[in-house]
Design a protein around this ligand. Structure first.
Ligand code: UDX
Length: 444
């Protein structure tokens, strides 16, 4: 099948290369010249494991090519996938300008009509409205086809999805989208466009709720001397609960959860409904992101001239995406309070630069980052940090070797034995108010 994919971000580029791998003839289109140039030259301009490999294979097999939107010639094909961004407006609602522009482009590039399958995350009801407005009186069929790709695992998720969701009213259009995925084994949920759009928002809201719920329970664990690790083991064995998305930490970030959860809240308000639970999820997440600074304020009388190492800049490991990264929230506050901050990330250092105060030093190695600092904040659980020689590093770090593990990624007793003042989240040794509790492992 001939397919055009509009928008070469994390979702669009993976979709384009994934469809090419299945033998479809795919053109990836974008309005960003530098991005199109990079893909055309075989350079993937984003860090996404395995994407470079499938892009190269797609180009070598001639099933995949890239074009700037202004230079596109010929037919856009039977199905056009829209994977443009839906950034937040100042109110938090989803800005649909890029989606509308993509649809306008399709109408010009493919005047005879085609199936327009929207992967971009849009508020429920968007497809119905677009059909009544932009796509009225013509031969375009609108289908909602939300994506559930996790950054860092997007290529794997493309080929092994949990489900494929297709929302549309025209059976032929639904079948055309279904056939794009004919080589992939996964349950297919066919529904109307609004329900398909709602599935995406509901999934993000549900997962974000789990994270905020476990973070609330972790806060109580700290106050009551319980262990969040054991609590999760205990509740996770209940098949009605499971262990997924119950990792306490400095909160969720990234290009999806924060934006989509806020947009869902705004959508509810626009429809005369106050989504109280979702508001609490957002409030808890905002608080979690400040835990590193609360912990430092509790431990040190003043942050002025304190040397702090921040480990991690991306919103999670295996991506260079720093959008809404909890790791970067704390840094400007630390700088404001007079701390001298260094930061190290295995891949996202450069991406972080524009988000950081000028005084922050971005180091090229973990060792340079921690050397001589009194406090370490581990905020992204890159495997490089998990596997680091913490014993060797302890010799480079100055007293009191305060180690805030914002992702509960390290072994507390090992870190205490190595001489760090270890502080995790919900591991019974951290309080948000009052002095830090005595580390559990040190209690006789
Ligand atoms: C998410 C959805 O998982 C995906 O289906 C959707 O298409 C896009 O949004 P992504 O943003 O790539 O994917 O990251 P994800 O792995 O879901 O993590 C989101 C954030 O939640 C990260 O900051 C992560 O650190 C945090 N998180 C995740 C927790 O704090 N605790 C958890 O238990 C899980």
């Amino acid at each position: 099948m001939k397919v055009t994919v509009i928008g070469l971000g994390y979702v669009g580029s993976v979709a384009a290369a994934g469809l090419a791998a299945a033998g479809h003839d795919v053109v990836g289109v974008d309005i960003d010249r530098a991005r199109v140039k990079a893909f055309t030259a075989g350079r993937v301009p984003i860090y996404e494991p395995d994407l470079g490999k499938i892009v190269a294979e797609g180009m070598a097999s001639r099933h995949l090519l890239f074009r700037h939107a202004d230079e596109f010639v010929g037919s856009a094909g039977d199905v056009v996938l829209v994977a443009t961004g839906t950034p937040p407006t100042p109110t938090g609602a989803a800005d649909l300008d890029q989606v509308r522009a993509a649809i306008a482009w399709v109408k010009t590039a493919q005047p005879r009509g085609c199936v327009i399958a929207v992967k971009s995350t849009v508020p429920p009801g968007t497809g119905r409205r677009l059909k009544e407005t932009l796509l009225r009186h013509n031969s375009f069929q609108y289908v909602s086809n939300p994506e559930f790709l996790r950054e860092g695992q997007a290529v794997h998720d493309w080929f092994h999805p949990d489900r494929i969701v297709i929302g549309g009213s025209a059976p032929a259009a639904v079948e055309a989208v279904r056939s794009l995925y004919s080589g992939i084994k996964a349950p297919v949920v066919v529904t109307d466009t609004s329900s398909a759009e709602m599935i995406k928002y509901a999934a993000n809201a549900f997962l974000a709720t789990r994270i905020s719920l476990i973070n609330e329970i972790a806060a109580l664990c700290d106050r009551l001397g319980a262990s969040i690790d054991d609590v999760v083991s205990g509740i996770g064995l209940d098949p009605r609960i499971g262990r997924h998305f119950l990792r306490a930490g400095v909160g969720y970030g990234g290009s999806c959860f924060p934006k989509d959860v806020r947009a869902f809240d705004q959508l509810a308000l626009n429809n005369a409904y106050s989504f109280e639970l979702l508001r609490a999820v957002i409030t808890v997440n905002n608080r979690q992101r400040l835990l590193p600074i609360y912990a430092l304020r509790e431990r040190f009388a003043s942050l002025s001239n304190l040397d702090v190492a921040v480990l991690g800049a991306s919103f999670k490991p295996n991506t260079d995406d720093v959008r809404e990264s909890p790791a970067l929230d704390a840094v400007p506050l630390l700088v404001d309070e007079g701390a001298r901050v260094r930061i190290y990330d295995p891949v996202a250092g450069e991406q972080a630069r524009t988000r950081l105060p000028g005084s922050v030093e971005i180091t090229g190695t973990l060792v340079e980052c921690v050397r001589g600092t009194q406090a370490i904040l581990l905020l992204t659980e890159w495997s490089e940090f998990l596997e680091a020689d913490w014993e060797g590093l302890a010799n480079l770090v100055a007293e009191p070797r305060f180690l805030f593990d914002g992702r509960n990624a390290l072994d507390p007793s090992k870190m205490l034995t190595l001489g760090y003042e270890y502080c995790g989240i919900g591991r019974g040794n951290h309080r948000l108010t009052g002095a830090l509790a005595t580390p559990r492992a040190a209690v006789p």
